[in-house]
Design a binder for this molecule. Sequence first.
Ligand code: PA5
Ligand code: NI
Length: 196
Amino acid sequence: MNYFEPLTAFVDLTDGTIPEATAVQRRRLVDLKGLFADSQAETARLGENPLLYEVHEAAEIPKKDGHQLFSTTILRPGTVGDEYFMTKGHYHARSDRSELYYGLAGEGLLLMQTPEGRINAQPMRAGAACYVPPYWGHRSINTGLENLVFLAVYPADAGYDYGTIAEEGFAQIVVTGPEGPRLVPNPRYRGGGSRA
Ligand code: PA5
Ligand code: NI
């Protein structure tokens, strides 16, 4: 038997980085072009092109059935128009693969949706262990004033389907309101009904 060696990755709890990360991905506004509901506000911010989030990948683990991958996400606070900074969001390419998010810092929502466009939003903050069941698309949203930081653990063969979210979006978005964050219908939503 060719055993894969156990390992430990240390997360810096002051900022959510993984100093020994094997890869760091940075996503700026341009990488989410077309996903924010207020396209004028989006275009206005594109010159500045703010950094929205970083993903720190913990280790080089084979992307094969049986293994699990894990990473931290550090999502900055801010808005585009009145919509909070968020991740691109995805379904898993193997859509029956689930995921666990563990909140480390900040405040936000884990927005999930079925392919039919049914929405479920779970609270994200330090100590929250949020379960993303099979088939649910998922996106994180920073509704606070500090970075939203969480650890994600998921099957190594899950993969990413960003295309469906790029084409259809989420049925609802999270915007600022006088009484705090609220979920409202997404005027740019193009899904529902076409996928079973
Ligand atoms: O595996 C996950 O779901 C997370 O690690 C996300 O990939 C991460 O939060 C970044 O979001 P996205 O992949 O939608 O850009
Ligand atoms: Ni995922």
